[in-house]
Design a protein. Sequence first.
Length: 97
Amino acid sequence: MKTSELKAEDGTLDWAVAKCEGREYDGTWIENFSSNWLLGGPIIEREKMELHPAGNDWSSDINRCYQQYGSTPLIAAMRCYVQSKLGDEVEIPEELK
């Protein structure tokens, strides 16, 4: 799946962030990095991400090397983080598809 298409609603984005953070998916629960500032905020700070309004959406970038968009700042930032760690395409587990 394209990193730009990972979604908070279906768990694919949070699963990918958890993978980047070295957490194993046990098939039941995924932390909500893309909707909880207490989880996503520290990643944004640690990775020194920038967030910018982009029309009706948000954009996020890391050192201007990776850039992603999303309907919220956290979604944009978490997509950007995943892109920086896993690339433009991510292999999603079957149970999340």
